[in-house]
Design a protein around this ligand. Structure first.
Ligand SMILES: C[S@@+](CC[C@H](N)C(=O)[O-])C[C@H]1O[C@@H](n2cnc3c(N)ncnc32)[C@H](O)[C@@H]1O
Length: 301
């Protein structure tokens, strides 16, 4: 229900948008996993490099038993890098529940000593974290998902998470850094076309939900870096003048009219440190990959 209402609302705006969380049906999650395996898409590679650097330090950083809670966990292919015997619980939280249930099973096979509790939730709303007794809770928000909010909503998101998890817990946040437009745009227009397939999958999702009869052939995808906003903006563009109905409401698209389907804000170390402080968190440390493309922040609540 929310999806339908939200979609009608955001497509009724002058500058039409679709929120990024709606990409992730099972197929969308699979396609995102494909994107992360592309050479052009550096964030996954760089974040894994940093996690490998941190892995031997976990024992020093956090004493005693630990619970790992991963917000927007997706394919769960990063967390295993930093799992050690201290970890008693692993809680992946995602909107794409069937997908994370599958991924959790694979993790459980690798680490049978961990209790896994997959949770279906929309993290942009209020959500409940299971009770994780006698452990320090370490949260993870990886994959530069912090950049996927419109209108600085990442600040209210970080504030809400802090309130939800209480004092003296930790949050690792993967933060993609500002860099050359060429590298950024290549990452969001990968040569094998998976980013395009991922974005065009929204047409399938809309057709399935509303019986809308949109034809993918009448759209194309493009990802552009907006230097002023320091943000990648992904669009599906209408090749023709066309109209369609969602719940009896008529929507018109002009030729070349764009629907924004992706936002990926980029930061500097300074800008993200300030943003986290503004959101009530204390930055403890941050790490960079060798090429300084990407950073991983550790924040304390
Ligand atoms: C950019 S992907 C990152 C996946 C993974 N963390 C990684 O680093 O590769 C975003 C993930 O968050 C999930 N997601 C997006 N918006 C969400 C929301 N509002 N609530 C819950 N999960 C969401 C998606 O299903 C997807 O698995």
């Amino acid at each position: 229900m929310t999806f339908k209402r939200d979609l009608i609302r955001t497509l009724s705006k002058k500058n039409k948008i679709i929120l990024s969380k709606y990409h992730y049906d099972f197929r969308g999650s699979k396609l995102f996993e494909k994107i992360t395996q592309q050479k052009d898409y550096y964030p996954t590679r760089k974040e894994k490099e940093i996690l490998r650097k941190i892995a031997p330090k976990i024992k020093k950083l956090f004493k005693g038993k630990l619970s790992y809670v991963e917000i927007g966990s997706g394919a769960i292919n990063k967390i295993s890098i930093i799992i050690n015997k201290q970890v008693k619980f692993y809680v992946p939280i995602d909107i794409s529940y069937d997908f994370i249930k599958n991924s959790t099973k694979k993790l459980k096979k690798k680490f049978p000593f961990i209790k896994t509790i997959p949770v279906k939730a929309d993290y942009s709303k209020k959500f409940k974290i299971p009770t994780l007794k006698n452990t320090t809770k370490i949260f993870f928000f990886l994959g530069s998902s912090i950049g996927n909010f419109h209108n600085k909503e990442e600040i209210s998101f970080l504030k809400k998470i802090k309130k939800n998890i209480g004092k003296n817990n930790f949050l690792f946040v993967g933060v993609d850094l500002i860099k050359s437009k060429v590298i950024l745009e290549r990452a969001y227009n990968d040569r094998k076309g998976y980013t395009s397939k991922f974005s065009m999958n929204l047409i399938n999702i809309i057709n399935k939900s509303f019986n809308a009869k949109l034809n993918k052939k009448n759209f194309y995808y493009v990802g552009k870096y907006n230097t002023k906003l320091k943000s990648i903006q992904g669009f599906i563009v209408s090749k023709i003048r066309q109209s369609f109905y969602l719940n009896q409401k008529k929507f018109k698209l002009k030729k070349n009219e764009k629907i924004q389907v992706e936002v990926s804000n980029k930061y500097t170390i300074k800008s993200f440190s300030s943003l986290s402080k503004l959101s009530g968190w204390s930055p403890v440390n941050y790490w960079l990959d060798k090429s300084k493309y990407y950073s991983l922040f550790l924040l304390k609540s």
